[in-house]
Ligand binder design. Structure first.
Ligand code: DC
Length: 222
């Protein structure tokens, strides 16, 4: 079985943990496309590019060299040979990533890279537009949601910085959700054929179980 599993949803929906869990369970690879948008944003900031200037971002996009590890037990990402797994989670990148990811040239560049990585199948890819744009033919598509409060709590726990309150996380998340859902290039939307899973009341294992069940059903029906 070498399926492509598309997992989309807003930030804090538990996508990353669930996608990694599914990949481990099935012996699949794992692709975090959000990390790629973050890496390109990190590079733009490092280069002093004004991230609000879409033309400037577009002009430099082709220069970025991103390398991904697709091992769910050791996911990693480097830019120009430098491991940026830590810096891409920082506040500077988080604050700028929506502006960079709405630039069509950035999306075209990363979507091409993602399709190349996914070409052999046997992979769980998570993001915002996997089921709609990157892999519209993926046989299994999941749209993971959770209440705003549950998502902000998870994010705050991930950030694990006492200086950043849950309220601030909630506000930043609402801002990014709005930007990600209203942009013209590939906004966050549920694919018509995606199965929606609300993880508000579910533990990680229950979400993973639900997705693995879908994969098995899909495999059984061809
Ligand atoms: O999943 P994340 O929070 O690490 O994603 C970071 C940002 O990247 C998010 O604000 C939206 C953007 N993104 C995107 O536009 N398309 C994707 N497939 C994945 C992420």
């Amino acid at each position: 079985m070498t399926l492509i599993i598309a997992m989309d949803g807003p930030s804090g929906s538990g996508k990353s943990s669930a996608a990694k869990g599914v990949a481990r369970r099935l012996g699949y690879r794992y692709l975090d496309t959000g990390a790629m948008y973050r890496a390109i944003t990190w590079w733009m900031l490092e280069q002093g590019v004004d991230v609000e200037d879409a033309a400037a971002v577009a002009a430099r996009t082709g220069e970025v060299r991103i390398e991904m590890s697709t091992d769910p037990d050791a996911p990693g990402i480097s830019v120009d040979g430098r491991d940026v797994s830590g810096p891409i989670r920082g506040q500077a990148v988080t604050g700028a990533v929506s502006a960079v990811s709405r630039v069509p040239e950035v999306r075209a560049f990363l979507v091409a890279a993602q399709r190349e990585i996914m070409a052999d199948g046997g992979i769980v890819a998570e993001g915002r537009d996997i089921g709609t744009v990157v892999a519209p033919d993926a046989p299994v598509k999941v749209f993971l949601t959770a209440s705003e409060e549950a998502r902000a709590l998870r994010r705050a726990r991930e950030i694990a910085d006492p200086a950043v309150s849950v309220e601030a996380t909630l506000a930043d998340q609402a801002r990014r959700d709005r930007l990600d859902s209203t942009r013209t290039a590939s906004p966050l939307t549920k694919a018509d054929d995606a199965v929606e899973i609300d993880s508000t009341e579910l533990g990680l294992d229950e979400v993973v179980d639900a997705v693995v069940r879908l994969v098995k059903e899909r495999a059984a029906t061809g």
